[in-house]
Design a protein around this ligand. Structure first.
Ligand code: ZN
Length: 262
């Protein structure tokens, strides 16, 4: 008789196994990459139970390490040492096999298709505890606590602009800088080109976004700007690089630098 598996985090009530995982691989393909990134998702389905079943269905070929219900009840679907299949085609800070380097959490919420309801307090409190625990045990740096939309802009918009990133940062999880107020002034948008756009792209790339530095403000850059806003300037998500967005990005890069040298 085997012991029932115990969750890796004390904030998960129990293991509810998904078969959808594999071996973590390093950049050179060698096994055993340690996770040093945390990626947050919403399920985007009306019913949490159905979302959970889907993440555990071998046909789905998707999963996450943890699943957090609206009431905060939390299950572990995949062991942290294994490579869960939550990121899909993604990019951050030069890496494309995000599943190999990250831990993924699915937060039950109907998402944008369901009108983006608020995340209930019990759910947020538990998710924050879980995230803090993971970041401490794996030494995840603040600038590597990310939204699915950050690593797959243009393809994903979860966990959405209502996710309380500021509260998480105040609770020791992730990076935050007070967003600069939205005012008029110069801005860049789709169709623009040239050196200022290139400089903007370089800043996004420095933060970690997978963005070409070619001086062209196209649909892809617009998606990156929207992803950035969704996470760090949630008041207005429009893909336009206004002065508030650019200032917030600059402040955040400064905060990242000081976090790295701290
Ligand atoms: Zn997602």
């Amino acid at each position: 008789m085997t012991e029932p598996a115990k969750p890796d985090s004390r904030f998960a009530a129990k293991v509810f196994p998904s078969p959808n995982h594999g071996e973590r691989k390093g950049r050179d393909g060698a096994p055993g990459r340690r996770p040093d990134m945390l990626v947050l998702h919403y399920t985007g389905m009306p019913d949490a139970g159905e979302a959970l079943q889907w993440l555990c269905n071998p046909i789905a070929q998707v999963s996450a390490h943890y699943f957090v219900f609206e009431n905060g009840h939390t299950l572990q679907l995949v062991p942290e040492g294994r490579r869960a299949w939550h990121a899909g085609t993604s990019h951050w800070a030069g890496e494309t096999d995000i599943n190999s380097c990250s831990i993924g959490i699915e937060i039950a919420n109907p998402g944008h298709p369901g009108g983006l309801p608020d995340f209930p307090e019990e759910q947020i409190a538990t998710t924050l505890n879980l995230c803090r625990d993971i970041c401490e045990r794996w030494s995840v740096p603040p600038e590597r606590v990310l939204a699915h939309s950050d690593i797959a802009p243009g393809r994903k918009i979860d966990p959405g602009e209502k996710f309380p990133w500021q509260r998480f940062a105040e609770g020791g999880v992730g990076l935050w800088s007070e967003p600069a107020p939205i005012r008029g002034g110069r801005y860049f948008a789709r169709g623009d080109a040239g050196q200022p756009v290139e400089a903007l792209q370089a800043m996004f790339a420095m933060l970690g976004y997978g963005v070409a530095v070619d001086g062209i403000y196209d649909e892809k850059l617009e998606a990156v700007v929207a992803a950035f806003q969704r996470h760090w300037r949630p008041e207005k998500v429009d893909g336009v690089a206004d002065s508030s967005t650019i200032t917030t990005l600059r402040d955040l890069l400064a905060a990242t630098q000081s976090a790295r040298t701290a």
